[in-house]
Design a binder for this molecule. Sequence first.
Ligand code: ASP
Ligand code: MG
Length: 239
Amino acid sequence: MKVFKFGGASINSIDRIENVGKIIKSHSNEEILIIISAMGKTTNALEKVVDAFFAGQNKEALDLFEAIKNEHNYVLTQLIQKEHNCLKDFYTEIEWLLHDNPVRDYDYYYDQIVCCGELLSTAIISAYLNEVDVANTWVDVRDIFRTDNNFRDAVIDWDITSTKTHEQITPLFNKTNFVITQGFIGATDENESTTLGREGSDYSAAIFANLLNAENQTIWKDVEGVMNADPKQFKDAKL
Ligand code: ASP
Ligand code: MG
C-alpha cells in the first residue's frame, strides 16, 4: 500500500485535475490511499466566510460562500457532463450554519466551515475518477481521524485513530485499489469537525502512511523539479 498526497495547487484547474486522474490511472495495479487538499485558494476564501459570519454579517458570509459554490459547481460540471449532486449535502450543512448567529468561539466555527474545502475537492475528484472508470472509494476522514477539541490546531488521538484506520480503511482496498480522503481535517468524539493547522494535509498523509505501514508516501508537486542549489547563489544550479 502506498500513500499519495495532492495539494491545492495540483488540483486548481480542470486541466490539473485531469492530470491527477492520469497520474492515478497510471498506478492502476497498486493499492493507493490518496489524500487531497482543498482546491487552489479555497481555504483562504473559506476563512473570509468565517470572518464575515463571526462579525454577524450573515448576508456577506452567504455571498462569499456562494462564490465558492459557483467555482466548485463549475469544476464539477466541466469534469462530469451529466448531473451530479455529490456536493449538495456539504453546501446545505454550511448554509444552514451561516443563517445562524455565533454562540460559540471563533475557532469552533472556523473548523466547521473551513473543513468543507477538502470535502468538496475530494468529492469532485472521486466522482470524476469513477466517471472515467478509475474505481475508487471516497472516505470522510472525520470518521477516521479522532482529535481533541482544540479547534484549528487539533491533536490526534492516536489510539482511536489507529483502530479506526485499521478497521475502516484497510478493508476498503478489497473493493477498490484507490481510496480517496481529505487532508487537514478530523473530528472530535462529538462529531464536531476539527482542523490540524494550516497546510496540514502533508501531516494527514504522513499519519496514514505511518499507521498503515505504507511502502512509501509521495507528495506530488505541481513543479517540474527541484534545483540542486539556490540559483540566486549558484549560477550553475541545475534542475
Ligand atoms: N487546505 C489547507 C490549507 O490550505 C490544508 C493544506 O493545504 O495542506 O491550509
Ligand atoms: Mg496546501
